[in-house]
Write a protein that binds this ligand. Structure first.
Ligand code: GLY
Ligand code: MN
Ligand code: MN
Length: 493
């Protein structure tokens, strides 16, 4: 990766004399979203707020895996989109109108973040703290989260206090007045959230609490990608399709589902992807019929099986979502090919029909019609309109900071990035000829609506037709040279 020297120099200059350690920032990739991007997104958000309102966002909770081990922390995508802040225990307020401080100055957004802490930073890494949030993320009003409790704001003076309702699933882990649990409790008290002020005899009215509007505003914003977001999405997608291609070349009967997952994810990491955008799905044979199969533990995939691989790299927050289904032995059987080609036909038609002005419903209906017609012609369903469960999911969804991203699903517009992913799944025991059993095919590609209104296929680097896949699978693999010691033998030495 070529480092963006200019950006690093700017950061060094910015940090000079501040006393704040920018080590963490200097090590950050040069192509992460800039403070300016997040600031503009806050501005765009503010434009969409109703008169005399405030919106309140909370960072994602830390989730415990077991004992003293937590899951890898992942910021709430709305919070990340609007701030760039990637740490827990924070709250952000965005105001429609500027608020006046006691000293007469004005502010229209304020953030409370976890404080710097030598001990915690020694164990789990650098924190930005309030000063870092100002200098790195460009906030002017930033405070330590312990100050939120005493923050004076009359929430009852707003027409609307807009936030997403709580799931009540945040643990009060720390004896820390600024942890997320306490931030939420303090907020509930400040806004008279029902049940919050237990000492009050009468349930306070919550006339100005609005837990509905935020989703719609974020759908409008996040559903249309900016050029910076499209760049990151393209990288996430390209990394993911390179993974698919390498697996096509390396695939051999006898490999395990886990090993195949590992090859994909190695490629993701090789190119700097921090996470998988969702748990990887690698299902051979009947396992492919489980739509979100994430066990991936079949020890030996069989020669005559198909393997369905739905994996997406997450790159600097943005995730791809791509599925390829390939024959383990490199050659589709006639039945596998018939199903595969039918899914491809439906998918290709739906991609071509995804144009600005067309409705999501129209492309979904088109794909379903093609699949029903094909299943009928193959004798798998008794009539074109017969009820069946061989295609039990929708055609696609937006992608972005979430794999199932925010966004309106009425009409296609330039700047939308989404999946097109029809599938046919015929589990063992289905009411059709046995020869179709255990065939599961999903083809999932990532598509963008260009400025001219036409669809642009972003994931076409990985072969999509049955013929192209068979050809790719004939190619030698770099992994042919990657020979590890035998596990048992190595243990006996
Ligand atoms: N990978 C989840 C989905 O395709 O929606
Ligand atoms: Mn998908
Ligand atoms: Mn998928």
């Amino acid at each position: 990766m070529i480092l963006d020297i200019k950006r690093i120099l700017i950061l060094i200059l910015l940090s000079a004399g501040s006393g704040f350690s920018f080590a963490q920032v200097l090590e950050a990739p040069a192509d992460i979203l800039t403070a300016e991007f997040h600031k503009q997104r806050r501005e765009a958000f503010r434009q969409k707020l109703p008169e005399n309102s405030v919106a309140v966002f909370f960072a994602n909770p830390v989730r415990n895996r077991a004992n003293d081990v937590d899951y890898l922390y992942h910021q709430d995508p709305n919070f990340y989109y609007l701030t760039g802040y990637r740490e827990p225990n924070a709250v952000l307020l965005i105001f429609k109108e500027s608020q006046q401080k006691k000293d007469g100055s004005f502010y229209n957004e304020i953030i409370f973040v976890q404080p710097r802490n030598k001990m915690a930073e020694m164990w789990t890494g650098k924190r930005l703290g309030d000063e870092g949030v100002k200098e790195v993320l460009g906030f002017t009003e930033a405070f330590e989260n312990t100050k939120f409790d005493k923050y004076q704001l009359d929430f009852s003076a707003f027409n609307k206090v807009i936030f997403n309702d709580f799931y009540n699933d945040v643990r009060d882990e720390e004896k820390d007045n600024g942890d997320l649990y306490n931030l939420i409790e303090q907020f509930k008290g400040k806004v008279n959230y029902p049940g919050a002020n237990k000492s009050l005899e009468i349930e306070p009215k919550r006339a100005n609490l609005d837990t509905k509007s935020l989703e719609k505003i974020m759908d409008d914003l996040r559903g249309i990608k900016t050029p910076e977001e499209i760049e990151l999405l393209k990288k996430a997608i390209q990394i993911s399709v390179i993974g698919q291609v390498e697996v096509m070349k390396a695939m051999k009967p006898g490999m395990s589902e886990t090993e195949i997952q590992g090859i994909h994810e190695f490629v993701f990491k090789k190119f700097g992807s921090e996470y998988e955008g969702y748990p990887s799905i690698v299902g051979a044979g009947n396992n492919g019929c489980i739509l979100h199969y994430i066990d991936n533990q079949k020890p030996e995939i069989q020669n005559d099986e198909l393997i369905l691989m739905d994996l997406g790299a997450e790159y600097h927050g943005y995730t791809a979502d791509i599925t390829r289904t390939i024959p383990v032995n490199g050659k589709f059987s006639p039945e596998q090919k018939a199903i595969y080609d039918l899914v491809y036909k439906a998918q290709q038609a739906a991609i071509e029909a995804s144009k600005a002005g067309a409705t999501w419903k129209s492309t979904s209906d088109l794909a379903r019609r093609i699949i029903n017609q094909g299943l009928y012609e193959l004798g798998i369903i008794p009539a074109i309109d017969a009820h069946h469960m061989y295609y039990p999911h929708g055609l696609g969804h937006h992608i972005g900071l979430d794999v199932h991203d925010s966004g309106n699903k009425d009409v296609f517009e330039p700047g939308m990035v989404f999946t097109v992913e029809p599938g046919i799944y015929i589990p063992e025991g289905s009411r059709c000829d046995k020869k179709w059993w255990k065939i599961a095919v999903r083809i999932e590609d990532d598509v963008m609506i260009g400025e001219d209104g036409n669809p642009i296929l972003l994931s076409g680097y990985a072969p999509r037709t049955s013929e192209e896949i068979e050809k790719m699978m004939e190619q030698p693999s770099v992994l042919d040279q990657f020979v590890l010691p035998d596990l048992k033998e190595s243990m006996s030495k």
